[in-house]
Design a protein around this ligand. Structure first.
Ligand SMILES: *Cc1c(COP(=O)(O)O)cnc(C)c1O
Length: 362
Protein backbone atom coordinates (compact mmCIF):
# COMPACT_ATOMS: atom_id res chain seq x y z
CA UNK A 1 0.00 0.00 0.00
CA UNK A 2 1.22 3.49 -0.85
CA UNK A 3 -0.13 6.38 1.21
CA UNK A 4 0.13 10.07 0.45
CA UNK A 5 2.98 10.26 2.95
CA UNK A 6 5.11 8.10 5.21
CA UNK A 7 7.06 9.38 8.19
CA UNK A 8 10.85 9.52 7.84
CA UNK A 9 12.48 7.37 10.51
CA UNK A 10 16.20 7.64 11.25
CA UNK A 11 18.14 4.43 12.06
CA UNK A 12 16.85 3.13 15.39
CA UNK A 13 20.35 3.00 16.96
CA UNK A 14 20.65 6.75 16.51
CA UNK A 15 17.46 7.29 18.49
CA UNK A 16 18.34 4.81 21.24
CA UNK A 17 21.65 6.62 21.80
CA UNK A 18 19.66 9.71 22.74
CA UNK A 19 17.32 7.59 24.89
CA UNK A 20 20.30 6.31 26.89
CA UNK A 21 21.22 9.90 27.71
CA UNK A 22 17.64 10.69 28.75
CA UNK A 23 17.61 7.61 31.02
CA UNK A 24 20.94 8.61 32.55
CA UNK A 25 19.83 12.19 33.26
CA UNK A 26 16.20 11.32 34.13
CA UNK A 27 15.27 14.73 32.74
CA UNK A 28 12.23 13.95 30.59
CA UNK A 29 10.64 17.30 29.88
CA UNK A 30 10.51 20.99 30.96
CA UNK A 31 13.21 22.58 28.82
CA UNK A 32 15.74 19.77 29.01
CA UNK A 33 19.13 19.75 27.31
CA UNK A 34 17.86 18.07 24.12
CA UNK A 35 15.04 20.62 23.72
CA UNK A 36 17.59 23.41 24.12
CA UNK A 37 19.95 21.78 21.64
CA UNK A 38 17.19 21.30 19.06
CA UNK A 39 16.02 24.90 19.45
CA UNK A 40 19.56 26.14 18.94
CA UNK A 41 20.13 23.97 15.88
CA UNK A 42 16.81 24.86 14.29
CA UNK A 43 17.30 28.57 14.91
CA UNK A 44 20.59 28.31 13.07
CA UNK A 45 19.34 26.03 10.30
CA UNK A 46 16.22 28.10 9.63
CA UNK A 47 18.18 31.34 9.86
CA UNK A 48 15.76 33.06 12.24
CA UNK A 49 16.22 35.26 15.30
CA UNK A 50 13.95 33.61 17.87
CA UNK A 51 12.66 30.07 17.72
CA UNK A 52 10.52 28.11 20.21
CA UNK A 53 9.98 24.36 20.08
CA UNK A 54 6.40 23.65 21.19
CA UNK A 55 4.23 20.55 21.43
CA UNK A 56 2.37 20.92 18.12
CA UNK A 57 1.63 23.29 15.27
CA UNK A 58 -1.87 24.06 16.52
CA UNK A 59 -0.74 25.32 19.93
CA UNK A 60 1.87 27.35 18.02
CA UNK A 61 -0.94 29.13 16.16
CA UNK A 62 -2.97 29.65 19.34
CA UNK A 63 0.01 31.07 21.22
CA UNK A 64 0.77 33.34 18.23
CA UNK A 65 -2.78 34.74 18.25
CA UNK A 66 -2.68 35.20 22.06
CA UNK A 67 0.80 36.78 22.06
CA UNK A 68 -0.34 39.40 19.56
CA UNK A 69 -3.46 39.99 21.62
CA UNK A 70 -5.71 39.53 18.62
CA UNK A 71 -9.48 39.61 18.67
CA UNK A 72 -12.35 40.78 16.51
CA UNK A 73 -11.91 39.66 12.93
CA UNK A 74 -8.92 37.87 11.47
CA UNK A 75 -8.50 37.66 7.71
CA UNK A 76 -7.60 34.17 6.51
CA UNK A 77 -8.26 31.72 3.67
CA UNK A 78 -10.31 28.53 3.78
CA UNK A 79 -7.78 26.64 1.64
CA UNK A 80 -5.64 25.19 4.44
CA UNK A 81 -5.68 22.50 7.08
CA UNK A 82 -8.52 22.89 9.60
CA UNK A 83 -6.12 24.00 12.39
CA UNK A 84 -5.63 27.39 10.71
CA UNK A 85 -9.31 28.26 11.08
CA UNK A 86 -10.05 26.34 14.27
CA UNK A 87 -7.24 28.17 16.12
CA UNK A 88 -8.83 31.52 15.26
CA UNK A 89 -12.24 30.36 16.50
CA UNK A 90 -10.69 28.72 19.60
CA UNK A 91 -9.10 32.06 20.50
CA UNK A 92 -12.53 33.73 20.27
CA UNK A 93 -11.84 35.66 17.12
CA UNK A 94 -13.84 35.52 13.93
CA UNK A 95 -12.30 34.17 10.74
CA UNK A 96 -13.05 36.33 7.70
CA UNK A 97 -12.38 34.34 4.56
CA UNK A 98 -10.75 35.82 1.49
CA UNK A 99 -10.53 33.85 -1.73
CA UNK A 100 -7.27 32.39 -3.04
CA UNK A 101 -5.30 33.12 -6.18
CA UNK A 102 -6.07 30.55 -8.91
CA UNK A 103 -2.40 29.93 -9.70
CA UNK A 104 -0.55 29.99 -6.38
CA UNK A 105 -3.52 28.84 -4.24
CA UNK A 106 -2.37 31.23 -1.49
CA UNK A 107 -4.44 34.27 -0.48
CA UNK A 108 -5.41 36.57 -3.36
CA UNK A 109 -3.84 39.80 -2.11
CA UNK A 110 -6.03 41.94 -4.37
CA UNK A 111 -9.06 40.82 -2.37
CA UNK A 112 -7.70 41.58 1.11
CA UNK A 113 -8.56 45.28 1.37
CA UNK A 114 -12.25 44.73 0.64
CA UNK A 115 -12.43 42.35 3.62
CA UNK A 116 -10.89 44.78 6.15
CA UNK A 117 -13.33 46.36 8.62
CA UNK A 118 -12.77 48.44 11.79
CA UNK A 119 -12.80 45.11 13.70
CA UNK A 120 -10.00 43.51 11.71
CA UNK A 121 -6.95 42.81 13.88
CA UNK A 122 -4.75 40.63 11.70
CA UNK A 123 -4.07 38.59 8.60
CA UNK A 124 -3.38 34.91 9.33
CA UNK A 125 -2.61 32.97 6.18
CA UNK A 126 -0.94 29.74 5.09
CA UNK A 127 2.02 29.23 2.79
CA UNK A 128 0.03 26.38 1.23
CA UNK A 129 2.21 23.38 0.16
CA UNK A 130 5.22 25.56 1.06
CA UNK A 131 4.35 28.09 -1.67
CA UNK A 132 5.07 31.59 -0.35
CA UNK A 133 2.14 33.99 0.02
CA UNK A 134 2.72 37.38 -1.59
CA UNK A 135 4.55 38.44 1.58
CA UNK A 136 5.61 41.85 0.27
CA UNK A 137 2.12 42.94 -0.72
CA UNK A 138 0.71 41.58 2.56
CA UNK A 139 3.30 43.58 4.52
CA UNK A 140 2.42 46.71 2.60
CA UNK A 141 -1.32 46.31 3.32
CA UNK A 142 -0.77 45.33 6.97
CA UNK A 143 1.55 48.29 7.65
CA UNK A 144 -0.78 50.76 5.99
CA UNK A 145 -3.90 49.42 7.76
CA UNK A 146 -2.27 48.73 11.14
CA UNK A 147 -2.75 44.96 11.09
CA UNK A 148 -0.62 42.15 12.51
CA UNK A 149 0.51 39.27 10.30
CA UNK A 150 0.83 35.59 11.24
CA UNK A 151 1.97 33.01 8.71
CA UNK A 152 0.93 29.40 9.16
CA UNK A 153 4.19 28.01 7.83
CA UNK A 154 3.38 24.38 8.68
CA UNK A 155 4.36 23.38 5.12
CA UNK A 156 7.20 25.85 4.68
CA UNK A 157 10.10 24.25 6.55
CA UNK A 158 13.32 25.19 4.76
CA UNK A 159 11.69 27.46 2.17
CA UNK A 160 13.65 30.59 1.27
CA UNK A 161 12.23 33.61 -0.46
CA UNK A 162 14.38 36.29 -2.06
CA UNK A 163 17.46 34.94 -0.35
CA UNK A 164 16.16 34.74 3.21
CA UNK A 165 14.06 32.37 5.27
CA UNK A 166 10.37 32.66 4.43
CA UNK A 167 9.79 32.45 8.20
CA UNK A 168 11.26 35.93 8.66
CA UNK A 169 8.22 37.56 7.09
CA UNK A 170 5.27 38.59 9.26
CA UNK A 171 5.14 39.24 13.00
CA UNK A 172 5.09 35.52 13.78
CA UNK A 173 5.41 32.34 11.73
CA UNK A 174 4.34 28.95 13.03
CA UNK A 175 5.55 25.49 12.04
CA UNK A 176 4.29 21.95 12.50
CA UNK A 177 6.63 19.03 13.14
CA UNK A 178 3.90 16.40 13.03
CA UNK A 179 5.04 12.96 11.81
CA UNK A 180 3.50 13.59 8.38
CA UNK A 181 5.46 16.78 7.77
CA UNK A 182 8.74 17.15 5.90
CA UNK A 183 10.74 17.65 9.11
CA UNK A 184 9.19 16.02 12.15
CA UNK A 185 9.53 15.33 15.87
CA UNK A 186 6.59 12.81 15.98
CA UNK A 187 4.40 15.58 17.42
CA UNK A 188 5.75 19.09 17.66
CA UNK A 189 5.71 22.60 16.36
CA UNK A 190 7.62 25.83 16.24
CA UNK A 191 7.09 29.54 16.74
CA UNK A 192 9.33 32.04 14.97
CA UNK A 193 9.57 35.78 15.54
CA UNK A 194 12.10 38.55 14.99
CA UNK A 195 10.56 40.72 17.69
CA UNK A 196 12.27 40.73 21.11
CA UNK A 197 9.17 41.84 23.01
CA UNK A 198 7.08 39.06 21.41
CA UNK A 199 9.88 36.62 22.17
CA UNK A 200 9.52 37.40 25.88
CA UNK A 201 5.73 37.05 25.86
CA UNK A 202 5.88 33.74 24.00
CA UNK A 203 8.56 32.33 26.32
CA UNK A 204 6.23 32.85 29.30
CA UNK A 205 3.03 31.90 27.48
CA UNK A 206 4.27 28.51 26.40
CA UNK A 207 5.23 27.64 29.99
CA UNK A 208 1.99 28.34 31.93
CA UNK A 209 3.05 31.96 32.38
CA UNK A 210 5.61 30.86 34.99
CA UNK A 211 8.19 33.42 36.02
CA UNK A 212 10.31 31.27 38.27
CA UNK A 213 8.72 28.63 40.49
CA UNK A 214 6.47 30.85 42.59
CA UNK A 215 5.72 33.84 40.45
CA UNK A 216 3.64 34.40 37.30
CA UNK A 217 4.19 36.80 34.44
CA UNK A 218 0.61 36.37 33.17
CA UNK A 219 -1.69 33.92 31.44
CA UNK A 220 -0.03 30.92 29.86
CA UNK A 221 -0.66 27.44 28.57
CA UNK A 222 1.29 24.20 28.33
CA UNK A 223 3.15 24.54 25.04
CA UNK A 224 6.29 22.67 26.10
CA UNK A 225 7.65 19.64 24.34
CA UNK A 226 9.56 16.65 25.72
CA UNK A 227 13.11 15.30 25.51
CA UNK A 228 11.84 12.25 23.57
CA UNK A 229 10.34 14.48 20.89
CA UNK A 230 13.44 16.69 20.76
CA UNK A 231 15.57 13.53 20.37
CA UNK A 232 13.57 12.56 17.27
CA UNK A 233 14.14 16.03 15.84
CA UNK A 234 17.88 15.81 16.54
CA UNK A 235 17.98 12.42 14.79
CA UNK A 236 16.08 13.68 11.72
CA UNK A 237 18.05 16.95 11.40
CA UNK A 238 21.24 15.46 9.92
CA UNK A 239 19.13 13.97 7.10
CA UNK A 240 17.31 17.18 6.22
CA UNK A 241 19.32 18.11 3.15
CA UNK A 242 18.99 14.51 1.92
CA UNK A 243 15.21 14.63 2.54
CA UNK A 244 14.85 17.91 0.65
CA UNK A 245 16.97 16.72 -2.28
CA UNK A 246 15.02 13.48 -2.50
CA UNK A 247 11.66 15.28 -2.58
CA UNK A 248 12.89 17.49 -5.39
CA UNK A 249 14.09 14.46 -7.31
CA UNK A 250 10.78 12.59 -6.81
CA UNK A 251 8.73 15.65 -7.81
CA UNK A 252 10.78 15.96 -10.98
CA UNK A 253 10.20 12.27 -11.66
CA UNK A 254 6.44 12.92 -11.59
CA UNK A 255 6.89 15.90 -13.94
CA UNK A 256 9.02 13.86 -16.31
CA UNK A 257 6.57 10.94 -16.55
CA UNK A 258 3.52 13.16 -16.96
CA UNK A 259 5.25 15.02 -19.72
CA UNK A 260 6.51 11.90 -21.54
CA UNK A 261 3.04 10.31 -21.26
CA UNK A 262 1.50 13.42 -22.77
CA UNK A 263 -0.51 14.26 -19.65
CA UNK A 264 -1.17 17.98 -19.27
CA UNK A 265 -2.09 18.45 -15.64
CA UNK A 266 -2.38 21.74 -13.77
CA UNK A 267 0.08 22.37 -10.93
CA UNK A 268 0.11 25.33 -8.53
CA UNK A 269 2.67 28.01 -9.41
CA UNK A 270 5.66 28.64 -7.17
CA UNK A 271 6.54 32.35 -7.45
CA UNK A 272 9.96 33.38 -8.79
CA UNK A 273 12.53 34.04 -6.07
CA UNK A 274 11.48 30.93 -4.11
CA UNK A 275 13.86 28.22 -2.99
CA UNK A 276 11.11 25.64 -2.75
CA UNK A 277 10.98 22.60 -0.42
CA UNK A 278 8.80 20.26 -2.53
CA UNK A 279 6.71 19.52 0.55
CA UNK A 280 3.79 18.09 -1.46
CA UNK A 281 2.91 17.12 -5.02
CA UNK A 282 -0.54 18.62 -5.65
CA UNK A 283 -2.26 18.30 -9.02
CA UNK A 284 -5.49 19.95 -10.15
CA UNK A 285 -7.81 17.98 -12.39
CA UNK A 286 -10.20 19.63 -14.81
CA UNK A 287 -13.29 18.56 -12.89
CA UNK A 288 -14.16 16.95 -9.57
CA UNK A 289 -15.62 14.02 -11.50
CA UNK A 290 -12.24 13.40 -13.10
CA UNK A 291 -10.55 13.63 -9.69
CA UNK A 292 -12.95 11.11 -8.18
CA UNK A 293 -12.41 8.58 -10.97
CA UNK A 294 -8.62 8.94 -10.65
CA UNK A 295 -8.81 8.53 -6.89
CA UNK A 296 -11.02 5.44 -7.16
CA UNK A 297 -8.74 3.69 -9.62
CA UNK A 298 -5.63 4.56 -7.59
CA UNK A 299 -7.33 3.31 -4.41
CA UNK A 300 -8.15 0.02 -6.17
CA UNK A 301 -4.41 -0.29 -6.84
CA UNK A 302 -3.74 0.31 -3.09
CA UNK A 303 -2.48 3.84 -3.74
CA UNK A 304 -3.93 6.49 -1.47
CA UNK A 305 -3.51 10.11 -2.51
CA UNK A 306 -5.32 12.69 -0.34
CA UNK A 307 -7.69 15.52 -1.09
CA UNK A 308 -5.64 18.27 0.58
CA UNK A 309 -7.53 20.58 1.07
CA UNK A 310 -11.07 19.44 0.86
CA UNK A 311 -13.64 20.45 1.96
CA UNK A 312 -12.97 24.15 1.93
CA UNK A 313 -12.89 25.44 5.53
CA UNK A 314 -15.59 28.06 5.05
CA UNK A 315 -18.06 25.17 5.02
CA UNK A 316 -17.09 24.02 8.55
CA UNK A 317 -20.23 23.17 10.55
CA UNK A 318 -19.40 25.57 13.42
CA UNK A 319 -19.17 28.62 11.16
CA UNK A 320 -22.38 30.51 10.61
CA UNK A 321 -21.82 32.82 7.66
CA UNK A 322 -22.27 30.89 4.46
CA UNK A 323 -20.33 32.79 1.82
CA UNK A 324 -19.26 31.93 -1.67
CA UNK A 325 -15.57 31.75 -2.62
CA UNK A 326 -15.46 30.50 -6.20
CA UNK A 327 -11.71 30.05 -6.63
CA UNK A 328 -11.30 28.12 -3.38
CA UNK A 329 -14.37 26.01 -4.07
CA UNK A 330 -13.13 25.12 -7.52
CA UNK A 331 -9.57 24.34 -6.38
CA UNK A 332 -10.59 22.28 -3.37
CA UNK A 333 -12.96 20.20 -5.50
CA UNK A 334 -10.21 19.44 -8.05
CA UNK A 335 -6.97 19.14 -6.11
CA UNK A 336 -5.30 15.88 -5.17
CA UNK A 337 -1.95 15.43 -3.41
CA UNK A 338 -0.11 12.49 -4.92
CA UNK A 339 2.13 10.29 -2.74
CA UNK A 340 5.44 11.96 -1.88
CA UNK A 341 7.82 10.71 0.79
CA UNK A 342 11.46 9.80 1.24
CA UNK A 343 11.13 6.07 0.54
CA UNK A 344 8.83 6.40 -2.47
CA UNK A 345 10.41 4.69 -5.47
CA UNK A 346 10.72 6.03 -9.01
CA UNK A 347 8.95 2.87 -10.14
CA UNK A 348 5.90 3.59 -7.96
CA UNK A 349 5.78 7.10 -9.42
CA UNK A 350 5.86 5.69 -12.93
CA UNK A 351 2.93 3.37 -12.03
CA UNK A 352 0.92 6.24 -10.52
CA UNK A 353 1.52 8.43 -13.58
CA UNK A 354 0.59 5.58 -15.94
CA UNK A 355 -2.72 4.98 -14.12
CA UNK A 356 -3.57 8.68 -14.25
CA UNK A 357 -2.56 8.95 -17.93
CA UNK A 358 -4.80 6.00 -18.75
CA UNK A 359 -7.85 7.62 -17.13
CA UNK A 360 -7.25 11.08 -18.56
CA UNK A 361 -7.26 9.62 -22.06
CA UNK A 362 -11.03 9.05 -21.88
C1 LIG B 1 -0.28 20.18 10.03
C2 LIG B 1 -0.84 21.55 9.97
C3 LIG B 1 -1.19 22.28 11.13
C4 LIG B 1 -1.27 21.66 12.49
O1 LIG B 1 -0.12 21.13 12.98
P1 LIG B 1 -0.15 20.06 14.16
O2 LIG B 1 1.29 19.95 14.50
O3 LIG B 1 -0.70 18.79 13.58
O4 LIG B 1 -0.98 20.59 15.26
C5 LIG B 1 -1.56 23.60 10.99
N1 LIG B 1 -1.65 24.19 9.78
C6 LIG B 1 -1.36 23.52 8.64
C7 LIG B 1 -1.47 24.23 7.34
C8 LIG B 1 -0.97 22.17 8.70
O5 LIG B 1 -0.74 21.50 7.58
Amino acid sequence: MINVTKAFLPPLEEYTKYLQGIWDRCHLTNHGPLVNELEEKLREYLGVKHFFFVNNGTIALQIAIKALNLGGEIITTPFSYVATTSSIVWENAQPVFVDIHPETLTIDVDKIEAAITPSTSAILVTHVYGIPCDVEKIKEIADRRGLKVIYDAAHAFGVKYKGKSLLEYGDISTLSFHATKLFHTVEGGGIVTNDDELMHRISYMRNFGHKGQEDFWGLGVNGKNSEMHAAMGLCVMPYISEILAKRKELSETYDKHFSSMGVRIQRPTVPPGTEYNYAYYPVLFETEKQLVSVKNVLNAAYIHPRRYFYPSLHTLPYLKDKISLPVTESASARVLCLPLFHELTADSIRRICAIIAEILKY
